[in-house]
Design a protein around this ligand. Structure first.
Ligand SMILES: [Mg+2]
Length: 190
């Protein structure tokens, strides 16, 4: 499937959802491209997973911001590849540095840069430890098995919408409970 066709299908998938994330964050190695960039040379011309570029363009067209969170030890190679693939200017934030925190510090930086709340973010990564740690922050996090593709996008948007609706319901419950409590304490004072 060509890039334009993927983008068209991704736009159709995005059109099916009433709530959408404000920011979608991607890992690089084995999520956007099928290799570890520390094993490659800067002089090479990289290529992405077949659906990746079309999905990035569809998100941008839909007005959804995109960002990168990578623990690559070779940020220079990663940045060179992002530049060579002509996707550099698409990202509102690019956090590429090694760390032992399973990307929670990457997300803190992305949050302070973009001001997007964690529960308005969607994240794709191929490592379960990152998925576990980042989802605890409130980010809808999707484990990809063979890079990001249209199936992963659909799954991610579905889980995002479910998490969003559940959190809105909880908020409503809390507001109701709070107003009942404040009513009863007012009554006590009388
Ligand atoms: Mg990876």
């Amino acid at each position: 499937m060509g890039e334009e066709k993927v983008k068209e299908e991704a736009m159709q998938i995005l059109g099916m959802f009433q709530v959408l994330p404000r920011l979608v964050v991607f890992d690089l190695d084995y999520t956007l491209w099928p290799f570890y960039c520390e094993c490659r040379s800067k002089r090479e011309m990289p290529s992405m997973y077949p659906h990746a570029k079309g999905i990035l363009h569809a998100l941008k067209d839909k007005g959804i911001d995109i960002a990168v969170a990578s623990r690559s030890p070779t940020a220079d190679i990663a940045n060179t590849f992002v530049d060579k693939l002509s996707i550099k200017s698409m990202f509102v934030a690019k956090e590429i540095f090694p760390s032992w925190t399973n990307k929670t510090d990457h997300f803190q930086r992305i949050h302070s840069r973009t001001r997007v709340p964690y529960n308005s973010m969607l994240f794709f990564d191929d490592e379960n430890r990152n998925i576990q740690a980042v989802s605890k922050m409130g980010v809808t996090s999707i484990l990809v098995g063979n890079g990001v593709n249209l199936g992963a996008l659909r799954q991610g948007l579905t889980e995002f919408a479910e998490n969003w609706n559940a959190s809105q319901k909880n908020k409503q419950k809390w507001i109701t409970k709070f107003s009942q409590n404040s009513n009863s304490s007012e009554n006590k004072q009388k």
